[in-house]
Each structure stands twice: as structure tokens, then as C-alpha cells.
Design a protein around this ligand. Structure first.
Ligand code: FES
Ligand code: FE2
Length: 317
């Protein structure tokens, strides 16, 4: 496939989801890679195709003492530099491609061998400094083009339909939109309906969210949307990640960070926030996967310029 947005930094994983000495397969822009983390927390990634007879390395296993991955077919071993491990020979030449990684705050980024066109977004540093990491949630491969998924993140009207039940939203006001090239900031105010006790028991996030939510969204095109929200129990920083797996499949997951003072509340808060975010992804996925092919819209809604701004960045890449 033609790579989508070559030269963009893609956040392909968080260290916490890789496990230790366990091969993981990831697909980026039509290419499969195997990625693993050793017991020291070092991360390696190679082309997933074994250079011997093309077996998928991600079905193999990690040899802990040698820091190598063994192929599932004939058990040849490769180190993190793509070199064949040989008993009597050291420092051979790489015979398989290494996926170059940039690791920052446990987030694993790559340009997949393309000349970088944008820096790794720095909005994380602020979040990592101030908030505590609480987990990854909502991991999904969505059947839908990258652009369609991207536009959902810049769409300030879909909460009225797609996420109506989850948050009981009655109105959404965007009072600020500012863009500077590939980064943008949006401030929104959401008003929610009153919730009955029964509703809160079924969906605990309703008990945590205030009646009016003032959220800030920070975008780093094309991979990242950070949502900063304040609730009476604690503050949430949710980083929504997207990358193109293939032309028609888009990967998504959410990195969740929070600031909660009360330790008892923390546990409850953590679970309901992670659960709600997973539901949000579920709902966005259903929305994207059920769309008919796109046509020129005959109606315009407010704030759609935010969505068209992202679409333009995509087409002008
Ligand atoms: S195919 Fe990988 S070792 Fe033979
Ligand atoms: Fe959504």
C-alpha cells in the first residue's frame, strides 16, 4: 500500500502493554513488525518476516539470556539489531530490517524509516509531569480509513448521537478553537442531564462527572488527541492515539492519566474512567464501521471547521 502520511511520528505502543520477553505483532502502514521488551525494559522491533523462509517472527519466542527472538519455523534466532545469532560468530551484519524506535515516557514512537516531517509531540511531557499513568484502554483495530477515524476526533457534534447515552449530554458548546499548523486547541463546555441513582449504578462514570464539564482538547496531528477534564474527584488526562494499520484498518487506543488525591476514590475512579473510555471507543468504532461511503454533505453543523481543518492537513500532507 501507499503509506499514509509518511514522515509522521506514530505512537505504536505503550511499554505497559508489551509484556516482558513476549513477542507482539504490530502493523503500521501495511507492514508487519515484531516488537518485544526484555526484563531490563529495553524494547526492540524488527520486520516480522523471517529472512530464512518468511515465517512470522511474532509467532516465535524470546530467548531471555541472549536477548534474541527465535523464529517459530526453524528456530533461528535474531537479535534486536536484526543479526542472526550464531554460536561461533559475533557481530554479523543485520539480515532483517530493524524498526527504529523513539521511546519517551514509556511511549514507543516510530517514523517507520521515513524522513521525519514533524517532531514527536511534546504535550505528553506536561501530562506525565503532572498526572499519574493509570492504564491503557480501548485498544481496537477499527475497520475504517485513517481519515474517517481522524475526523471523528475533531467532530464536535457526534457526542449528541454517538455518545448520547453514555454521558447523558444535552448540549455541547465550543468556545475556543485555535490552530497553529499541526497542533490545535479546543475548549468545549458540555452540559449533562440529571442522572438517577439507577443510571449511576449501571454506569458509574455518571456519578463522577459534574453537570457541566469544561474540557480542553489538545491535538497533535495526526496521531494524538489529548482530552483534559476536571471532575470533583480528580482530573483526567486522556490521550487518544490513532495510527494506520492498513488502507482500511485503523488502530486506536487510549493512554489514561489522572490526578486523584483520595486513595480510596482512586480505585473507583480508575476503573470507571477506564471503562468509560473503552465504551467511547466502542461507540466511535460502531459509528465508523456502519457508515456508508462518504458523499458531499448537504447540511453543515456548527464547529465543523475544526474537522475540515484536520481533513485539509491530511490532504495537503
Ligand atoms: S523460516 Fe524462520 S527460521 Fe526458517
Ligand atoms: Fe467519539
Amino acid at each position: 500500500m501507499e503509506p499514509i502520511l509518511p514522515g509522521a511520528p506514530w505512537l505504536i505502543a505503550h511499554k505497559s502493554i508489551l509484556g516482558v520477553n513476549k513477542p507482539n505483532k504490530i502493523t503500521l502502514n501495511g507492514q508487519d513488525y515484531v516488537i518485544w521488551q526484555n526484563q531490563k525494559g529495553e524494547v526492540f522491533a524488527l520486520d516480522n518476516i523471517c529472512p530464512h523462509m518468511q515465517a512470522p517472527l511474532s509467532d516465535g519466542w524470546i530467548c531471555q539470556d541472549r536477548d534474541t527472538i527465535a523464529c517459530p519455523f526453524h528456530a533461528l534466532e535474531f537479535d534486536g539489531q536484526g543479526r542472526l545469532q550464531q554460536v561461533d560468530k559475533k557481530d554479523g551484519q543485520p539480515i532483517t530490517k530493524v524498526l527504529e524506535l523513539i521511546i519517551s515516557n514509556d511511549c514507543i514512537w516510530t517514523y517507520a524509516g521515513f524522513e521525519p516531517r514533524l517532531p514527536i509531540p511534546d504535550l505528553y511531557q506536561k501530562i506525565v509531569d503532572e498526572y499519574e499513568f493509570i492504564g491503557v484502554t480501548g485498544e481496537k483495530s477499527i475497520e475504517g480509513e485513517f481519515l474517517t477515524n481522524l475526523m471523528v476526533n475533531y467532530d464536535y457534534n457526534h457526542q449528541n448521537g454517538t455518545h448520547k447515552e453514555l454521558f447523558k449530554i444535552t448540549s455541547c458548546n465550543v468556545n475556543h478553537f485555535e490552530e497553529k499548523g499541526y497542533s490545535a486547541t479546543v475548549k468545549q463546555e458540555l452540559t449533562r442531564a440529571n442522572n438517577t441513582l439507577g443510571e449511576i449504578i449501571k454506569n458509574p462514570i455518571l456519578g463522577i462527572l459534574p453537570k457541566t464539564l469544561a474540557n480542553t482538547l489538545k491535538y497533535a496531528f495526526p496521531s494524538t488527541t489529548a482530552l483534559l477534564a476536571k471532575t470533583p474527584i480528580g482530573d483526567i488526562a486522556q490521550i487518544h492515539i490513532l495510527y494506520p494499520q492498513t488502507e482500511k484498518i485503523t488502530k486506536t487506543f487510549i493512554l489514561m492519566y489522572a490526578k486523584v488525591v483520595n486513595p480510596v476514590m482512586k480505585f473507583l475512579f480508575k476503573n470507571s474512567v477506564l471503562q468509560a473510555a473503552a465504551t467511547v471507543i466502542e461507540q466511535d468504532t460502531n459509528a465508523v464501521e456502519s457508515l456508508y461511503p462518504r458523499q458531499k454533505p448537504k447540511i453543515r453543523l456548527p464547529n465543523e471547521e475544526i474537522m475540515f481543518y484536520a481533513e485539509k492537513l491530511y490532504h495537503n500532507w
